[in-house]
Structures are given as structure tokens and as C-alpha cells.
Design a binder for this molecule. Sequence first.
Ligand code: PHE
Length: 445
Amino acid sequence: MKETASNDLFSTKVGAIAAAAGSAVGLGNIWRFPYVLGENGGAAFLIVYIISTILIAIPVLLTEFVIGRKTNLPVSGAYNSLAPGKWWNQIGIIGVLCAFIILSFYNVVAGWTMCYTVRSATGALQGLSEDAIQQAFVSLSENPWECLIWMVVTIVASAFIVSRGVKRGIEWSSRILMPLLLLLIIVVCVRSLTLDGALQGVKFLLSPDFSKITPQSIFEALGQSFFSLSIGMGTMTTYGAYISKKQNLTSCAFSVAFVDFVIAFLAALMIMPCAFACGINPGSGPGLVFVTLPNIFNAIMFGQAISFVFFLLLFIAALTSSVSLLEVIVAYFMNEHSFSRRKATVVSAILIGIFGTLCAFSKTLFGLFDNFSANVMLPLGALFIILFAPLILGRRAMRNELEAHGGKCKLFGFYYALVRYVVPIAIVIIFANCILSWMGVKMFA
Ligand code: PHE
């Protein structure tokens, strides 16, 4: 039998959820979410984020699962098989391209977390002054050769997991790494919450200031919920193809979204109290993790051990997400070009290495890829996916797929209304509103 990506399935529901949650939980939750939240007013942003996740992101996630499992094909083939020759098949190609673009900067940041894990283990960050910590990060981020080495380590690790296949590689690693991650996060959280002055950080997270909500922050919340749930580019379509018909897709989607949210929230709960306790501005941007936290780790008891644990968990989270992005590309080579899994993995890893090198050497490209993928490609990709399902697949086929495990999908009517009307309209309005606000025009006075 020809080796295709999708004749190797997740063996259990827990395995499927762990793998999809492994994709969702990553740098987006632990590195990006807390700083975006900090910049956008804390609790108020949290509320917008939750609404966006429930009403927009979860329906997109479920729709990706439906399309993937219905076709039993990864993103590169799924849309094409349902609408051959029509321009819809571009969704698959754009998905593969998007995986390249995200991986090229994602692996650089994942490499930094690996570097910080090693630095913490060797005590290289111990006792450094604030300036020296800043310098330590600058010396890494401005040294493309060092970034390159750490990035290659990350690529080799994720390629190793992907080359082992869906069940033995992706599912197995996620089932071990995800619970470990949750455990480590809880340990750091408890330490952070017991710092003097931590309460202020908790207040910041829980008392909303609605004046901080702007078109830009709603736009950021939307992009963040897509990036965080790995939707809008077909990762979840691909994983949907590996979920067996026996499993209840709706409960898989809710479980993944729940785990993703809990980890993002715990990450914020770990970082904000620390930031307030040490007088650090929660809105200090992407440097929050790498430049700020080592100061905190230096100031607390068991700081070096906590630092090691923290960066290790960040690396683990990044690795499982990186694996899901790599799988999109590997599945493309396997299904469209009949490569074996091993050959597809080697070719993909080399190509990603080349793209990643560009990002390691050019900050401009790094920033461009980062912003463009999360804020433009994913929302637009999600818009096409959400238009595709009712128009091409149709209501009945969607329902059948959601009920294929033999149970009833009680919320189907509500879900379908969201997919048909609310999600596409909301994405278009949020997009247009943000672009107009950049141009100085107010859509809602
Ligand atoms: N969801 C991942 C994170 O939060 C990133 C990701 C985006 C992974 C898109 C796959 C696809 O870090």
C-alpha cells in the first residue's frame, strides 16, 4: 500500500486531543499571549479574547476538523478533493506556504528558548545585572550564527518526531510532553503567586478597564486566538484527517480550546504577578520573557532551578507546535509527490532550514513574517475555510461528519449559524475596522 500521511491515525481520543492541543499550545500561549495582554489592558483584553475564541475561533477549529476528517486528507489535498480545479484549492497551497512562513521565525524563537534552557542549566544567567541580562539577549538575537545553531537543533528535534509518523511520533510525544508542560507551568505559577506584591498582577488580570478596548485590540485578540489555536492555515485540517470516525469531533474541539485557554491563562498568571512584584511594566512587549524574566529569576529563591524549568517548558511547547507545522509540509510531499515519510521529512527540514536562515539573518524579514502570518494570513485563511464549508461541503455533509461517531451534535444549529453568518461577517468587520482605524477613520463613532 502506498505510504500516505493519512493512513496512520491517532489511536485514541486522548491521543488526538493531546496532539491537537500540542499544536495549539506553544510560544503563542506562553510568550505571546502575556505580552499582548499586557499591552492591551489586561482583563479587558482577556474578555474580548474569550469572546473571540468562543464565537469565532472554536467554530473555525471545528470546521477544519470536519473538512480534514471528511476527506481523510491533509490540508494540501483536502480542499482540492472537494472542489477540484476551482480556485478554492488554493487554500491548501496557501496553507503549506503559511506553514513555511510561520516555521521560519517560529524555529528561531524556539531556538532562543533552547538556548535559555541551556544558559539556565549552566548558571550563565545567574547573578547578572539588568544591563547584563539585556546584553545577554541582544548578544543572542543579534548573532545570526548562534541563532542558526539553536534553530538547527530545534529543526532536527521536530524532524525526528515527525519522521516517526502520526501514532508513534506526534501522538506519543504529545501524550508525554503535554501533561509535563501543565505540571511545570503550575509549579512556576505557584512560585510567582507567592511573591510579595503579586496580588497587583492578579488584579490587573481580573479587573477590566474597558477604555483600553480599541479596534486594534479587537484585531489583536482575533489574530491571537487564531494563532493560538493553530487555525486558518490547515494544521487542524491535517490533524482532523488523523482523527478516527469513532471520535466525537465537537468534544475534541472543545477540549483542545479549553486546554489552550487554560495554559495561556496560567502563563499570564505566571508572568503578570512576577512583573508587578518586581516593578516591571507588563506592556514591555516581546522582550517580556527573555529580558525581563531572568531578572525575576535572579531575585527569587530557587531562581535558577525555576528558570531552567520555565525555559524547558517553553521549548517543549514550541516543539510540539513546530511539529504540527512541519507535518503540514511533510504530508504535502507525501500525498502530492508520493515521497516516503522519511524522505519528505528530510526535504522539508532542509527547506525550512533555508527559510529559517533568512529570518535568523534579517530582523526585518523576521518581523514581517511574524506580523503578516498571524494578523493577515491566518484571519484570511480562516475566512476562506469558513466560506468553503457551507458553500462546497454543505450543511448536511457537515452535520453527518459531526455525527459520524454515532451521537447527536446538539449544538449543530447554533454552530452552523455561527459558521454561515457570524464568523465571516465578524472577520470582515474586525479586519475593515482595524484598517480604517489605521487610516484614521472611525467605523463606530
Ligand atoms: N498555536 C501555536 C502557538 O500557540 C502556533 C501555531 C500557529 C502552530 C499556526 C501551528 C499553526 O504557539
